[in-house]
Design a protein around this ligand. Structure first.
Ligand code: SF4
Length: 377
């Protein structure tokens, strides 16, 4: 099978080894983060006690990684294009009817003003430059959750003497550099297609709305993999405590194209119409009928805005997603009050971003059963 960007199977029959590797490397990252940034995390947590230490470690890693990759692009973005692009990103969320027009405009403007370049890090380690980075991230429309989670760090740094802020930002970037090198050794076998995609196919995404989304670097895939593991641990107890479980799957798991799929709107997303027995979504739906969980199709991640009218106080969700959507999806579910666990797509294949024809995607059913505490035999 052609690997477009990543494959959790890496030549094996299934992705079991991936899940073991991701868990082991997450343990290593948490230990390293404690060693590098323990005092900073302690100070920040005393001022912001709402999330666990491990979740704060993920935020700090996100800050360092995004600074390392995008600070050069952020320093070049003017105030006016930043404001226009951020406004377009907000309208895209608010007005679905205008989405095609907005996407056309965003494709052009994002390529002109935001397209990432591989220049060295730029700017000084100051709150002013952190603001520039947050403005750039907001302008892309792809990092809404990241911006929301990094703002408290920005406010925390703004209250410190500048030299202390610089020390902390340097610590975040040092953590990111360690992570980039070490994650390549630990998880790089699963992301070997990313660099090929970026050099050979990514140029075709210029002038398209997904010019930022599809341009993610390999380290961002690894960040999402570790982030998913951290979130699964952090949200586990709340997830288990909720009696109703709903598995949200992306449209790219369907066997048939959208025009032929018989799924119908139903609460949180679409319910399978059972038109094709070989369809993975249909098979998951049958499994759900047997074990008592629901399955809904989300046509697009941005369609996930909560319950769709269903009361959610007793619902927990399993989000099935492409690697690059994991951290943002987990934070979004948390913001909506939905305890979540995630199961990764074994590989990417949707028509929207990765393949002209679309390759039906799959998940590790054993992992889904482990997440739902079902018999795996
Ligand atoms: S089986 Fe269900 S999800 Fe699959 S194509 Fe048919 S209606 Fe759509």
């Amino acid at each position: 099978m052609e690997i477009i960007t990543y494959s959790l199977r890496a030549g094996a029959q299934n992705s079991d080894q991936y899940y073991a590797d991701a868990a082991a490397f997450t343990d290593e990252f948490l230990t390293q983060c404690e060693e590098l940034a323990g005092p900073l995390l302690g100070d920040f947590q005393r001022a912001n006690p709402s999330l666990s230490r491990e979740e704060r470690m993920l935020e700090l890693l996100s800050l360092g990684t995004l600074w390392h990759i995008y600070s050069d692009d952020a320093t070049e973005l003017g105030t006016l294009p930043a404001a226009v692009l951020a406004r377009l990103a907000a309208w895209r969320q608010e007005c679905k009817a205008l989405k095609p027009t907005i996407d056309w405009a965003r494709g052009i403007l994002a390529t002109l003003f935001l397209e990432p370049e591989d220049d060295p890090m730029a700017g000084w380690f100051t709150v002013e430059y952190l603001d520039k980075l947050l403005d750039w991230l907001a302008a892309t429309g792809e990092f809404r959750q990241e911006v929301a989670h990094l703002r408290p760090w920005r406010d925390f740094f703004a209250a410190l003497p500048p030299a202390e802020t610089a020390d902390h930002l340097i610590t975040a970037v040092a953590l990111a550099i360690w992570f980039e090198d070490r994650s390549l050794e630990a998880l790089g076998g699963y992301t070997e297609g990313v660099d090929r995609f970026l050099s050979e196919e990514y140029p075709c995404h210029r002038w398209r709305e997904d010019v930022i989304f599809t341009g993610r670097k390999r380290v961002e895939y690894h960040l999402n993999m570790v982030g998913a593991e951290i979130m699964n641990r952090a949200f586990r107890a709340d997830f288990v405590a909720r009696p109703r479980k709903v598995v949200l799957v992306p449209a790219c798991m369907r066997a048939l194209p959208e025009a032929d799929c018989k799924a119908e709107p139903s609460g949180m997303g679409l319910s399978c119409g059972a038109c094709e027995p070989r369809c993975r979504v249909h098979q998951l739906t049958k499994l759900g009928e047997k074990y008592g969980f629901g399955v809904r199709i989300l046509p697009h991640e941005s369609d996930f805005s909560g319950s769709g009218g269903t009361a959610t106080s007793d619902i927990a969700i399993v989000g099935v997603a492409c690697v690059t959507n994991l951290v943002a999806g987990g934070w979004k579910a948390q913001a909506l009050g939905l305890p979540a666990q995630c199961v990764l797509l074994d590989y990417a294949g949707c028509r929207n971003h990765w393949d002209d024809e679309g390759i039906p995607t799959e998940i590790n059913i054993g992992q889904l059963k482990r997440v739902l505490a079902l018999p795996t035999a």
